[in-house]
Design a protein around this ligand. Structure first.
Ligand code: HEC
Length: 231
């Protein structure tokens, strides 16, 4: 039997790997987090968007019914190329070969226990958590949005002296964000800005602990918040 015939047989069984050697899964993951993660939850990618369906849940049933991951890959690519015309998912989020890279990564990742390993583990730098706190300088506290499109700020802790403060967030990511401060009721907020924009406000801060967060629906819930300590 020739190579092409055995490849066809394998394809018919649905048992072949959903990706092929030309796929760039690392790029697929990076793009997924940047362009898709604000709307979709995918555990392996660490995204927690809630605007669209949870992709792990969406494909769990078909996988358990024996559909191969190559089927998932096809569905994802089709959805990227032709989202519902009146739906909430924008067209052309990724194009060309990037469509297959993203589809291949999603097909590999959906409904899999555990964490990505190897190169995939480093595809998207982790933000927040362990990073250094943001510290106010000359009355300005700058806390930028995560550049990779994750629903995070670059840090989840900040410090400032009491008094008048400008809180500023640059948004390098393709996802809309703002920054607001909560001290038991939203005290003040900047405007929602897209890529390249700056969200900013001024307020008086007596000493205390505050929460800063993004007011775009679903973002705070997904972890886009941090603690500001004013002394
Ligand atoms: C602005 C929010 C948004 C973004 C960004 C987005 N989606 Fe979606 N997606 C949705 C919504 C909402 C749906 C449900 C169907 C609809 O309204 O079009 C959906 C549906 C889907 C589905 C079908 C799931 C099912 O249950 O059948 C897949 C697969 C999918 N999206 C993948 C992606 C991928 C991959 C990307 C990035 C290239 C992406 N989405 C970016 C909002 C989004």
């Amino acid at each position: 039997m020739g190579a092409a015939a055995s490849a066809l047989l394998l394809a018919a069984c649905g048992s072949q790997s959903p990706s092929n050697p030309d796929d760039n899964l690392v790029e697929g993951k990076r793009l997924f987090v940047e362009r898709c993660g604000s709307c979709h939850t995918l555990a392996r990618a660490g995204t927690q968007g809630t605007v669209g369906p949870d992709l792990d849940a969406a494909f769990r049933q078909s996988l358990s019914e024996g559909f191969g991951r190559s089927v998932v890959r096809g569905v994802v690519a089709e959805q990227i190329r032709n989202p519902l015309r009146n739906g909430k998912m924008p067209p052309d989020l990724v194009t060309g070969e990037n469509v297959t890279d993203v589809a291949a990564y999603v097909a590999e990742a959906v409904d899999r226990e555990g964490e990505d390993t190897g190169l995939l583990a480093t595809a998207v730098p982790q933000q927040g958590g362990d990073s250094e706190p943001a510290v106010a300088e000359n009355g300005v506290l700058q806390i930028d949005a995560d550049p990779n499109g994750q629903l995070r700020y670059v840090t989840d802790t900040a410090e400032a002296p009491a008094g008048r403060l400008t809180v500023r967030m640059a948004n390098p990511s393709p996802v809309e964000h703002d920054i607001a401060v909560d001290n038991g009721g939203v005290a003040a907020k900047g405007e929602v800005v897209g890529q390249g924009g700056t969200s900013e406000f001024q307020a008086d801060f007596p000493p205390g602990e505050y929460v800063y967060f993004c007011t775009v629906p679903g973002h705070r819930e997904a972890g886009m918040e941090g603690t500001l300590t004013v002394r």
